[in-house]
Structures are given as structure tokens and as C-alpha cells.
Design a protein around this ligand. Structure first.
Ligand SMILES: Nc1ncnc2c1ncn2[C@@H]1O[C@H](COP(=O)(O)OP(=O)(O)OP(=O)(O)O)[C@@H](O)[C@H]1O
Ligand SMILES: [Mg+2]
Length: 235
């Protein structure tokens, strides 16, 4: 397990400036996610959910505010430092899986391990990949290519890849958005089981049924954390 006990955002803002307009996508977000948490983030389209997740995942930087992973202040890292912290501490699951079709399931999951500062032996890589394949119940498919799998199976492989470096948090953006309801339900059940076994999860979802599966439900409205009532009034 990751050694990080908490990640924390303090007064995070994000402004997008284009030639036509300024968008204040996040307007002062405070958020703490503790080891073992299962947090869902919901809210209307355009309220800033993906922007928030991208900042948590160190895929984008905030315009202002601070971000801590454990005691490490990651607010102002260089691109290279960010990539390295991301690889060590963050697991990101995209709506569209983002697997590499030319690589086997095994090699897709092993990919984050290849970017570690201290390389692992082939044996250690095989052990970690096998453990993650087991977690997502896909051990029998290690040699397949992603395009030989169903959407739900591909998403399970993407989750295994995100878990392979024992991240502090698993960030998932609409993990069921490209799945039919049966596969979507199976992926959600899997996330629930992973959380029961200790994985920290922060998930963006439109689906209230899926948001209800989280231990803690958060709502975003126009870039601000809202409570459920104000969200209901707004939509
Ligand atoms: N790269 C960008 N340049 C300019 N504006 C952007 C950019 N990315 C996002 N935005 C704007 O920031 C706001 C928040 O976008 P974001 O993608 O975070 O919304 P969301 O809550 O994830 O929406 P959805 O539910 O539709 O996925 C939107 O108004 C969007 O148009
Ligand atoms: Mg989004």
C-alpha cells in the first residue's frame, strides 16, 4: 500500500483563458481525501469535475492554491517532477480506457512500472502485474490484446494498470460512461470491492446510483463545492 495518508487541496482555482472568454472553472476548492476514502464528485455538465480530477491527477496545474500529497507540496513542480510524482502516487482511469492496442494486457498493465526511477526485475514486474490482474479478475486474459476484450473488461484492465504502482489515490472520471449498464454495474462493483480492500478512490460520475456507492458524496456547482440541496435547486 501507498504510504500517503492524505491528499489535500487548499483554495484551488482554475481559470481558462481563450481569445473569446475567461472561464473560471474552479473557484476556491478545498478538499481532503484520506487513505481508504471513497469519494464521488457529481454536478452538472461544465461545473468543473474533469478539471478538478485533472488537477488531482497532476495532469494539469491550478491557477492558484496549494495541493499536497501527504506532506509533499506538489503545487509548483516542473513538468518532469510532476510526471514522476504522478507515476508514483496517482492512478488515473479515463472514461475511454486509453489502453494501447498494440500491447498485450500484461504489457499495458506493466507500463507504469517501466517508468520507475529504480527499475524492477522482470520477476517483480510479473508479480505486480499478476496481483493486479487478480484484483480485477482478469488473470486469464493476460496475453490478449485490448481490442479482443469487451468494454467492461478493457475498463478492468485500465483499473489494473492504474493500481500497479500502489497509488495513494485512484482517480476515475466517468468510468462507466462508455459502457452498457451491465458492464457499468460490474465495473462499479469492482471499484466497491477494491475500496473495501483498502484502495482510496475519488470518482467523477453523472449517475446518482453510482455516486451513492461512495462513502462520501461531493457536489460541484459552477466551480464551487455545493451541498446536495443547492444542486437539486440548480438542475
Ligand atoms: N482547455 C480548456 N480551455 C477552455 N475552457 C475549458 C478547457 N477545459 C475546460 N474548460 C471549461 O471549464 C469548464 C469546466 O469544464 P470541465 O470539463 O471540468 O466540466 P465537467 O464538469 O467535467 O463537464 P462534463 O460533465 O460535461 O464532463 C467548462 O465551462 C469548460 O468549457
Ligand atoms: Mg467531464
Amino acid at each position: 500500500m501507498s504510504q500517503v495518508s492524505k491528499i489535500k487541496l487548499c483554495n484551488i482555482t482554475k481559470k481558462f483563458v481563450t481569445s473569446e472568454m475567461e472561464t473560471h472553472a474552479l473557484q476556491g476548492i478545498d478538499l481532503e481525501i484520506f487513505a481508504g476514502d471513497y469519494v464521488s464528485i457529481s454536478g452538472p455538465s461544465g461545473c468543473g469535475k474533469s478539471t478538478l480530477l485533472a488537477i488531482l491527477g497532476l495532469l494539469d496545474t491550478a491557477s492558484s492554491g496549494q495541493y499536497f500529497i501527504g506532506d509533499l507540496d506538489v503545487s509548483n513542480l516542473s513538468i518532469n517532477q510532476r510526471a514522476s510524482v504522478r507515476n508514483e502516487h496517482i492512478g488515473f482511469v479515463f472514461q475511454s480506457f486509453n489502453l494501447i492496442d498494440e500491447l498485450s494486457v500484461f504489457d499495458n498493465i506493466a507500463l507504469p512500472l517501466r517508468y520507475r526511477h529504480v527499475p524492477l526485475s522482470d520477476k517483480a514486474v510479473a508479480e505486480k502485474v499478476s496481483a493486479c490482474l487478480e484484483k480485477v479478475q482478469m488473470s486469464h486474459r493476460a496475453k490478449h490484446k485490448p481490442n479482443q476484450l469487451s468494454g467492461g473488461q478493457q475498463q478492468r484492465i485500465a483499473i489494473a494498470r492504474a493500481l500497479v504502482n500502489d497509488p495513494a489515490v485512484l482517480l476515475v472520471d466517468e468510468p462507466t460512461g462508455n459502457l452498457d449498464s451491465k458492464n457499468g454495474d460490474a465495473v462499479m462493483q469492482m471499484l466497491g470491492e477494491l475500496n473495501k480492500n483498502g484502495t482510496t478512490i475519488c470518482m467523477v460520475t453523472h449517475d446518482p446510483r453510482y455516486a451513492d456507492m461512495a462513502k462520501r458524496k461531493l457536489y460541484l456547482l459552477d466551480g464551487v463545492m455545493a451541498d446536495e440541496l443547492s444542486l437539486e435547486l440548480a438542475v
